[in-house]
Design a protein around this ligand. Structure first.
Ligand SMILES: Nc1ncnc2c1ncn2[C@@H]1O[C@H](COP(=O)(O)OP(=O)(O)OP(=O)(O)O)[C@@H](O)[C@H]1O
Length: 310
């Protein structure tokens, strides 16, 4: 079952297509990354899903509800975190969440427990009585995420939740998103921070100029661009000889050595992967690690969107 369906979505500003026949389905319970360069249409797609913007063509549903015809039902299902949001001066973190809980008509008696749970979830329990203004950017982002959760939505639409955060704050945000995934939420996240998305997401969609240019699992999108998958191979010794050996194999697209291990792009499927491992072991190397790497999503993004030429 798909939590989100977008079919031929089109949005035009003047002569500029912000979305052009954009079609994408997101299965329930998935964490889906939406990647694209500035102006690709990520915010536009998310605004349509959040019922804030009417499309000029096509249709979209969330939980089976049409975003144009049943906006109230869609809003009940989603938590939407925009890329830019204001916070209210003079409110403490718990008051801020109380304000939103009231807006969602959560009974007063339920709110203290709910707010405590939400602050715990986003790792801000010790900031309950801190003025929102005094929180760091990362904390504010996590509080904004907590705000999206007050009505316990099944679907989260997060527009660049990690933007402008330092590595530690990003890691904390990532952890919260992992936690939400464990709670079986369907999550759509846009980002420019590609390696981070690769770690967090099950699937990714790459957009450019309002169009979908690639989608699939992180591994599929990466492989589609290269016709290969990348592996880390660590051996007990004789690394130089291994690199030479790998260079000569026809199924190896490229070989690099990195921090004492080999990074190889292998053409072919799982059977090819099995053959490679067997051959290396048969040749006498003691293999300490043989693992597929997800980290080259950034390469895939650059190649697909043409931001960098190879
Ligand atoms: N209100 C608007 N009026 C006119 N053009 C707009 C408007 N909103 C967006 N656009 C245009 O639509 C296109 C898509 O914009 P959008 O904000 O959806 O992209 P994005 O992928 O979210 O970019 P970013 O990563 O910079 O946030 C861009 O060309 C943008 O200039």
């Amino acid at each position: 079952m798909n939590a989100i369906e977008m079919k031929n979505l089109t949005k035009i500003y003047g002569h500029n297509y912000a979305l052009r026949d954009f079609t994408l389905n997101i299965e329930t319970g998935r964490v889906y990354g939406l990647i694209g360069p500035n102006g690709a249409g990520k915010t536009t797609a998310m605004s349509v899903l959040a019922t804030l913007l009417a499309p000029d063509g096509g249709s979209a549903t969330v939980g089976g509800h049409d975003v144009v015809r049943e906006p109230a039902a869609v809003r009940r299902m989603i938590g939407y975190m925009p890329d830019f949001f204001g916070v209210y001066d003079g409110l403490k973190a718990n008051e801020y969440l109380d304000f939103y809980a009231a807006a969602y008509r959560i009974p007063v008696s339920r709110r203290p427990r709910l707010i405590q749970d939400l602050l715990e979830l986003v790792n801000l329990s010790d900031k309950t009585d801190t003025y929102v203004d005094f929180l760091s950017r990362g904390m504010k982002q996590r509080l904004a995420l907590a705000r999206c959760l007050v009505h316990d939505p099944a679907v989260l639409i997060l527009d660049e939740p990690a933007s402008g955060l330092d590595p530690r704050a990003r890691a904390e945000m990532k952890e919260v998103i992992r936690q939400l995934r464990r709670m079986s939420k369907t999550i759509l996240i846009s980002s420019h921070i590609l390696p981070e998305l690769a770690e967090m997401c099950d699937n990714i969609a790459i957009m450019e100029q309002g169009r979908l240019v690639a989608h699939g699992t992180v591994e599929e999108v990466t492989a589609a661009r290269q016709g290969s998958r990348v592996f880390k191979i660590e051996v007990a010794d004789k690394l130089e000889e291994l690199l030479d050996y790998l260079h000569k194999r026809p199924d190896i697209v490229s070989v690099d050595s990195e921090n004492g291990w080999a990074k190889v792009a292998l053409a072919g499927n799982k059977a090819a992967q099995g053959r490679l491992l067997r051959d290396i072991m048969n040749e006498g190397w003691q293999v300490l690690e043989f693992a597929e790497m997800k980290g080259n999503l950034e390469d895939a993004f650059m190649a697909v969107t043409g931001e960098v030429s190879y």
